[in-house]
Ligand binder design. Structure first.
Ligand code: NI
Ligand code: MN
Length: 225
């Protein structure tokens, strides 16, 4: 299984079976993404919420690739209304898909699509593929139920926002890691715009001082999980 980081909150998972799974594919309007949406393939698109920097190029990619979009009920219903394939879920619920299992979690944030047509809830996403568990936190502030999530599930990779202003900053993200206790944390949602400038090396130093391994991914880098 491979994990590619486009920058911001946008990732691609490629499973050993060859399935392509995009998460929050904000590419064409993303000044830090080395990839444009026309060059990516997606069997599945996972969305944490409807903000433009997360729904991104979902409509164009899903129309071209026939992707199944998986997300919270209101956002999925919105995508269905646009003629896309979508699976509706909600916070606390899990479901098995051909590639693995998805469960949505709470995120302390809001959700509205760029055209203001859809107001729903923001979420995090716990992705289980084989014996690997990836928790994409979406956009969120710090909340203490992260401790419960970490106690109930062994998280291998935590994708955690560190850019501050709209989400957790570095200090709160370190506290989130102490709650979740992932094997590895990968920082995200930073340096896309001036208002979310943050130093991932500073985050790495602080979180590793708490005994949690941090992997800072370059924009466009792909790693084997
Ligand atoms: Ni947001
Ligand atoms: Mn965001």
């Amino acid at each position: 299984m491979k994990l590619k980081y486009f920058s911001h909150s946008a990732f691609q998972i490629t499973t050993d079976a060859g399935e392509n799974i995009l998460i929050d594919p904000f590419l064409d309007q993303n000044p830090t993404s080395p990839e444009k949406s026309i060059n990516v393939e997606a069997d599945f698109i996972l969305l944490t919420h409807g903000h433009g920097d997360h729904i991104g190029d979902t409509l164009a990619i899903a129309e071209r690739c026939g992707s199944l979009c998986i997300c919270e009920n209101e956002l999925a219903s919105y995508l269905l209304s646009k003629g896309l394939n979508a699976h509706t879920m909600h916070i606390g619920g899990g479901h098995n898909f051909p590639f693995g299992h998805i469960k949505l979690t709470q995120a302390l944030h809001t959700s509205v699509t760029p055209d203001q047509e859809c107001h729903g809830a923001a979420t995090g996403i716990i992705i289980t593929i084989g014996d690997r568990v990836i928790y994409h936190m979406g956009d969120t502030g710090l909340f203490s139920d992260l401790k419960l999530i970490g106690e109930m599930q062994d998280i291998d990779y935590l994708l955690a926002p560190i850019g501050d202003n709209f989400t957790m900053g570095i200090s709160d993200a370190v506290a989130a890691c102490q709650f979740v206790q992932p094997k590895t944390v990968i920082p995200m949602h930073y340096n896309t715009f001036p208002v979310i400038e943050a130093d991932p090396k500073k985050f790495k130093q602080k979180v590793e001082a708490k005994g949690i391994t941090c992997r800072v991914m370059d924009f466009g880098e792909e790693i084997e999980l």
